[in-house]
Design a protein around this ligand. Structure first.
Ligand code: GAR
Length: 192
């Protein structure tokens, strides 16, 4: 089984979906570590309760983003990971880190990329009056939210939807496609 680390900043519901999926004996990857840039991220406790190694690193404690990211790479190398999954990791990663892990680094983003890169995707989709919204699991490349998609899921925008209702319905799809995308990556079916 491939060794996978998950990078989080908060709640960790996508992380939990990956952890649960990886419990199946036929899943091609195991989650060996969870790293957060916030010590207070609730997802860290969930990971620890599942017997997974955890670590947190505050970027503010480092002199530069490069030093912060080099330390992340050292931790990931210590866990001997094959792949890294960003799951609600709310820091933009620098080019050195991305290049170091390119092809082995994926992210989930709450929009139908290339639409709505960046933040506040549900608000912006609703403001535009789109009929469909969705989520994307994609390879991470140096341009923000620009790497090739591995899987997408679509949902209809319903009358009366708010950013919250849309986010809640979309999260169900995120939790479905992220484990599927990791399966494709770990088996070599999806490649950059
Ligand atoms: C998820 O909706 C994820 O798609 C989004 O943050 C949420 C994290 O929730 N990611 C981004 O916006 C990345 N720019 P989670 O911590 O419960 O998985």
């Amino acid at each position: 089984r491939k060794r996978v680390a998950i990078l989080i900043s908060g709640r960790g519901s996508n992380m939990s979906a990956l952890i649960e999926a990886a419990k199946a004996p036929d899943f091609p990857a195991e989650i060996v570590g969870v790293l957060s840039n916030r010590a207070a991220a609730p997802g860290l406790e969930i990971a620890a309760a599942n017997g997974i190694a955890t670590a947190s690193l505050a970027q503010s404690k480092f002199l530069s983003r490069e030093m912060f990211e080099d330390t992340m790479t050292q931790l990931l190398e210590g866990w001997e990971v094959d792949f890294v999954c960003l799951a609600g990791f709310m820091r933009i990663l620098g080019e050195d880190f991305v290049n170091r892990w390119m092809g082995r680094l994926i992210n989930i983003h709450p929009s139908l990329l290339p639409a709505y890169k960046g933040l506040h995707t549900h608000e912006r989709a609703l403001a535009d009056g789109v009929a469909e919204h969705g989520c994307t699991v994609h390879f991470v490349t140096p341009g923000l939210d620009e790497g090739p998609a591995i899987l997408q899921a679509r949902i209809p925008v319903l009358p009366g939807d708010t950013p919250e209702t849309l986010a809640t319905r979309l999260l169900v799809e995120e939790h479905r496609i992220y484990p599927e995308a990791l399966r494709l990556l770990a088996t070599g079916t999806a490649r950059l």
